[in-house]
Design a protein around this ligand. Structure first.
Ligand code: FAD
Length: 496
């Protein structure tokens, strides 16, 4: 409520925020979480909380009047459609050179993501987080994160027979014939539930095209793991549809200004609360935007010059290949990817075999590649527009395309196949205008100390993907969670 005082305020309810809330509450601290998106706990008019990827409605996008689907063409035709403006679940946030997709709601990115829960190879960790002790991460914090998230593996025997993973088996066959290493990818989806979906004994979710705009069943989002545990302590409260706009020093603590939003995105009330400690967990983009604005406008002038720097796209690039008619990938495809090509060591690419769950046979193989793209962008305050800009350039995706081609040019040559040119436009091969994996902007041990403390402002912390310098070599949320586990343990032990 307006004027309230809380010991700890957490901005955002994604991975970093959920870890902080749970561990602080377990240590006996009362925590209030503020989330700009909706609660996503109430069914809509169709009886479902989330809408299907195949039929996006008002629930799909954050404050848009037209969808902005990552795969925006099919057979050369644009497939975006008009929707009513609503505080929907997926934000396609547009900067000059890139569209950054992010989850909006209680659970953050866990609501919309593919659930792929990948721990980086240990030999890569030094490039991912150079100032962090790898032994501690691999002995303690990665295992803790994997347990807390409920990470599991597909049953290999079931995989071989499941119709819904025909597309992955085709991907494996093609990778193998070109000599590329191929392996399973862990996930937070409940694999037993998926087997029941497949057998027809459970309501379908992954097998009904649900993913980008939420899964009604099967996926263990943060609402079902860390946040459920946090709420069960009785010490954690959450305010959905509340957006933090300012954090300013006040006495020994901080004054936090929060806009309450309606589902049309308009502010209905502005509230001010005070907090002894504030955790920035608004995601790489959300945290970076807040910190850059607060530094530039003189609210937190002592933040250091690394704030806003070191942002990367985790090298995301997508493409499709057109298979021969004797190589169908299946009309029924699980939305949950379970396998990929690991050519990171040799070529800087980890390519997940992704579904095209359109409900009909497409004879297409589709891939989301994570590449070792070295480009890094910077957020800066634009006083003229009153907004934060990001200086990523569209051309900076070229290294990612070049790396991805080392895999797919070879597979195409071997198989006698070609790229699909109809998925991202008319005669456009590469989905190189977007990222699902924003990382950096408040990099650990540069913008913050080695545990996420913001220097000069005791009680202010960063605890989300903005700490990670632009690339994790794999999908990022396990690393974001494990780093948050490491940092909050230190903060509880030494700062409280
Ligand atoms: P987030 O999870 O983004 O949480 C930040 C929260 O803060 C959000 O809920 C946001 O609404 C809220 N917020 C922002 N600003 C404010 C504010 N001013 N006031 C109040 N609240 C605010 N990663 C994987 O590892 N595996 C995958 O398979 C995978 N697939 C993905 C698929 C898609 C379509 C997308 C979009 C992402 C995917 N990701 C995946 C990425 C992963 O979801 C993110 O890396 C992760 O969610 C980031 O965690 P975070 O804690 O940094 O922030």
């Amino acid at each position: 409520a307006d004027g309230a005082h809380v010991p700890v305020l957490v901005i955002g309810t994604g991975y970093g925020g959920s870890v902080a809330a749970l561990r602080l509450a377990q240590a006996g601290v009362d925590v209030h979480m503020v989330e700009m998106g909706m609660a996503w706990d109430t069914p809509g008019p169709d009886g479902k909380i989330f809408c299907s990827t195949l039929a996006p409605d008002h629930r799909s996008y954050w404050l848009r009047t037209r969808t902005k689907q990552p795969l925006n063409y099919f057979l050369g035709f644009p497939i975006d459609r008009n929707i009513s403006r609503y505080t929907g679940i997926l934000d396609a946030e547009e900067f000059g050179g890139i569209t950054v997709y992010q989850g909006r709601g209680v659970g953050g990115g866990s609501l919309v993501n593919g659930g792929m829960a990948v721990t980086p190879k240990r030999e890569e960790f030094g490039t991912v987080l150079p100032s962090v002790n790898a032994d501690e991460m691999y002995d303690t914090y990665y295992p803790r994160a994997n347990a807390g998230l409920g990470v599991g593996a597909i049953d290999p025997a079931w995989f071989e027979s499941a119709a819904c993973y025909q597309y992955s088996r085709v991907g494996r066959k093609h990778a193998g014939r070109s000599g590329f290493p191929f392996g399973f990818v862990p996930n937070v989806y409940d694999w037993d539930y998926m087997e029941r979906e497949s057998a027809g004994t459970a309501t379908k979710s992954a097998l009904a095209g649900e993913i980008l705009y939420g899964n009604n069943h099967g996926k263990k989002s943060l609402q079902r793991t860390y946040l459920a545990q946090a709420k069960a302590t009785g010490r954690v409260t959450v305010s959905p549809l509340h957006q933090v706009t300012s954090v300013a020093p006040a006495g020994g603590g901080y004054t936090v200004v929060i806009d309450q939003l309606d589902t049309g995105g308009d502010t209905t009330t502005t509230k001010t609360v005070t907090a002894d400690r504030v955790f920035f967990a608004a995601g790489s983009v959300g945290t970076s935007k807040l910190l850059v604005k607060l530094k530039a406008t003189g609210v937190l002038p002592g933040l250091n010059d690394e704030v806003g720097k070191g942002w990367g796209d985790n090298g995301n690039v997508m493409c499709g290949r057109a298979n021969h008619l004797w190589d169908p990938t299946g009309g029924l495809q699980s939305t949950i990817p379970c396998a990929g090509i690991d050519n990171w060591t040799a070529g800087g690419v980890f390519a997940e075999v992704a579904p095209l769950p359109v409900g009909i046979e497409t004879f297409a193989s589709f891939y989301l590649s994570i590449t070792k793209n070295p480009n890094r962008a910077q957020f800066s305050w634009n006083a003229a527009t009153g907004k934060v800009d990001l200086n990523w350039q569209a051309a900076w995706k070229q290294p990612s395309v070049t790396m991805a081609k080392t895999i797919f040019d070879k597979i195409n040559a071997k198989e006698g196949t070609i790229y699909r040119t109809d998925l991202f436009g008319v005669y456009k091969i590469w989905g190189d205008h977007l990222t699902y994996h924003p990382l950096g902007g408040a990099v650990l041990n540069r913008a913050t100390d080695n545990y996420g403390r913001l220097g000069g402002y005791p009680g202010l912390y960063v605890i989300d993907g903005s700490l990670i310098p632009g690339n994790t070599s794999v999908n990022p949320f396990v690393t974001i969670t494990a780093l948050a586990e490491r940092n909050i343990e230190k903060i509880i032990a030494t700062d409280l």
